[in-house]
Design a binder for this molecule. Structure first.
Ligand code: FUB
Ligand code: ZN
Length: 658
């Protein structure tokens, strides 16, 4: 492992996004999603599943400080999922990020008031989880496997770090440091402590972020302990289950403790298994730990798992977690398009993992996956108003099947206003509003650009303050311009990702030739950069027809359509019913055009394909000799996958008959 390649993202506050594609998404999150989710957390969205989240917090405050009265009946009980607190934490995190790029005194006040509620619910010893504050603190830390205490802690820690970085205010951060101390007192290697770890990961990566601020070894050690202790014998979860007579839901299942990625030590894990969101959150923490600790063995596990995901278990949209059973990964090359799970949170977690792998070593495959999942499988989770969401992101939908076929009962053909388990919408809000920190990463001698997002960033490299400006109309257009603002000149390596989908590109510097080396998929230029230097990267970005490995049986004889990073789909609204009868054939007249008034402005693709005609009789079966299939010419019209289900309910498919 070459630590000179390690980089860290440019902090969010130093990246200002101004991008034709992403700025509208970020604005939507700021003006629609964050206010809408606040209403949802307060159970004020009519017709939506109640959240109970704020009610739980207010109740926890009232039970802790009887002098504070929010008017919540003291005997009303805890509402919603055991991990309901995490929705509030994710909302806080998203709101904090949005304040970085759009100061908003009313939102900041709302945030401050929310933080007061959280701090008022905090117990004297730092403990902070409303499920146990309401249901009895004597039961806390008795079911780390399933009751999500450390998951909620992790989410609040992420929120606290975000608030501190966004506003400089320490109130929530200090509260979470006290909670971390409380956890550290009860869990860990010392005498009399529980040898436990999170049943649902996230605390690991959150603690590494905390450590980056506090530099307190205690926080680093706790994060490392959570990772290293996982799966060690005797298995903590097994002992905990016996001791506290907890249920073990997976006891008769093939998955056992690997549902929680806890069946074996992490360094012995080489394939992605179990609950997908848990898994990618763990792998993100493992990648942090491998980088911070220079741990080769852990790095190897991360690499192996990465390969397994992207070469065997990832959808073309960057979605992961194929199976509704346990919301989990399943097995290699099993990628069903219609019974798929593909939870929005899992795609988001894959983006976290990809970014951390890119920080370990800038290899374009990490940026490729980051880009793929961001432009497709993540943003498909939200409608174009920012008011309805997908939890499950199918690649093929037949509305009748969603209603009548049990195998697809989890697949919705319409985004939903809210969910009883509402993990995905606020997760979308936090990743979209923190997008700035995914664009570049740097170290003392190098800067790498992973995503082509219009932005103005400032970074200090080798003692010089560098301004980096990206101008582009990507992904709709093929040109990216990067210019530098430097006081005088500065010598550093600059790496620009050349996407895996691109077969040919042209790179120039201020209109002339430039010498670059291709290293791990980045065009790397090492030189004395001068103020005003401008790179122009132009890709060949034709419509491409992509097939899946023949081992993916669901896609046998099928083709998907892409342009640049965008995956396309057929929708009933543009192509009529029975999409399964359409064939690409040898696509002719392949055209793409930007349609300003369609779906908030998208590039659409069309080509001449064909449609199989119905038989002349209404037999269900017939001998092969009865005749060849008859086709009629048909123009196929495709839209970007992320924008499907924004018009009316109808069929959709990504994979088309060849
Ligand atoms: O368990 C908390 C969250 O709820 C998970 O991350 C999602 O998969 C959903 O089960
Ligand atoms: Zn989710």
């Amino acid at each position: 492992m070459d630590s000179s390649k390690y980089t860290t993202p440019i902090p969010l506050k130093d990246v200002k996004i101004g991008d034709t594609f992403w700025s509208p998404f970020m604005e939507r999150v700021r003006t629609q999603v964050i206010p809408y989710q606040w209403e949802a957390l307060n159970d004020r969205v009519s017709g939506a599943e109640p959240s109970y989240c704020m009610r739980n917090f207010k109740l926890a405050v009232e039970l802790t400080h009887p002098e504070l009265d929010y008017g919540v009946p003291k005997d009303i009980g805890f509402g919603g999922m055991v991990f309901q607190d995490s929705d509030f934490a994710k909302w806080i995190e998203a709101a904090a990020y949005s304040l970085v790029w759009h100061p908003d005194p009313a939102l900041e006040k709302n945030l401050d008031d929310s933080i007061d509620i959280i701090c008022n619910a905090q117990q004297a010893d730092g403990y902070l989880d409303t499920y146990y504050i309401v249901n009895g603190l004597d039961k806390r830390f008795t079911n780390l496997k399933d009751n999500h205490e450390l998951y909620c802690f992790g989410h609040f820690l992420e929120a606290a770090v975000a608030c501190f970085e966004a506003t400089g205010k320490r109130k929530l951060l200090d509260a979470l440091i006290r909670y971390a101390d409380c956890i550290d007192k009860h869990i860990g290697p010392g005498e009399g402590k529980l040898r436990g770890y999170p049943g649902h990961e996230i605390a690991e990566m959150a603690l590494f972020r905390l450590y980056a601020i506090t530099r307190d070894e205690k926080h680093l050690k706790l994060a490392q302990y959570f990772i290293d202790q996982r799966g060690q014998k005797p298995l903590f979860f097994e002992e905990e289950t016996k001791k506290n007579q907890n249920n073990f839901y997976w006891k008769d299942s093939f998955v056992q403790y690997q549902y929680y990625q806890a069946g074996k030590p992490v360094r012995e894990q080489h394939i992605a298994e179990g609950h997908a969101v848990r898994a990618v959150y763990l792998y993100s923490g493992m990648a942090d730990s491998a980088r911070i600790g220079g741990d080769e063995e852990l790095m190897k596990a991360c690499n192996d798992i990465w390969e397994n995901i992207v070469k065997r278990q990832m959808y073309i949209t960057g979605a992961i977690g194929q199976s509704a059973y346990g919301e989990s990964f399943s097995y290699d090359y099993n990628l069903p398009n219609d019974t798929v799970y593909a939870e929005t949170c899992a795609a988001i977690g894959l983006a976290f993992f990809a970014r951390r792998m890119a920080s370990m070593s800038p290899r374009s495959m990490y940026g490729d996956v980051l880009e793929k999942t961001l432009y497709n499988g993540i943003i498909s989770g939200m409608d174009l108003d920012g008011k309805a969401f997908f939890y499950v992101n199918p690649l093929e939908v037949l509305p009748e099947a969603c209603l009548k076929d049990r195998r697809m009962h989890h697949v919705k053909n319409q985004r939903q206003k809210w969910f009883a388990c509402a993990c995905c919408p606020p997760n979308l809000a936090r990743i979209i509003s923190s997008l700035g920190s995914y664009v570049h990463s740097f170290n003392q001698g190098a800067l790498y650009t992973h995503l082509f997002i219009g932005s103005d960033s400032t970074v200090k490299i080798a003692g010089s303050k560098i301004g980096v400006k990206i101008e582009t109309n990507y992904p709709w257009e093929d040109t990216v311009r990067v210019s530098f603002k430097i006081d005088g000149s500065a010598k550093f390596r600059y790496g620009l990702r050349i996407p895996g989908w691109c077969n040919h590109f042209n790179l120039t510097l201020s209109g002339g030739n430039v010498e670059y080396k291709t290293e791990d998929g980045y065009a790397v230029i090492e030189r004395e950069w001068k103020n005003g230097d401008k790179l122009e990267l132009r890709f060949d970005m034709p419509v491409s027809f992509v097939e899946a490995n023949p081992k993916v049986r669901e896609n046998t004889g099928k083709v998907a359509v892409m342009r640049g990073p965008m995956v396309y789909c057929l929708e009933e609204a543009d192509n009529g019913k029975e999409l399964f009868k359409l064939h690409a054939g040898k696509p002719e007249n392949v055209l793409f055009k930007f349609e300003k008034n369609l779906l908030e402005g998208v590039v659409t693709i069309s080509f001449k394909g064909k449609k199989e005609k119905d038989w002349n009789d209404d037999q269900l079966y017939r001998p092969l000799e009865a005749g060849d299939a008859v086709y009629e010419e048909k123009e196929l019209n495709l839209i970007p996958y992320y924008a499907w289900a924004n018009r009316r309910i109808g069929e959709m498919t990504v994979w088309i008959n060849k």
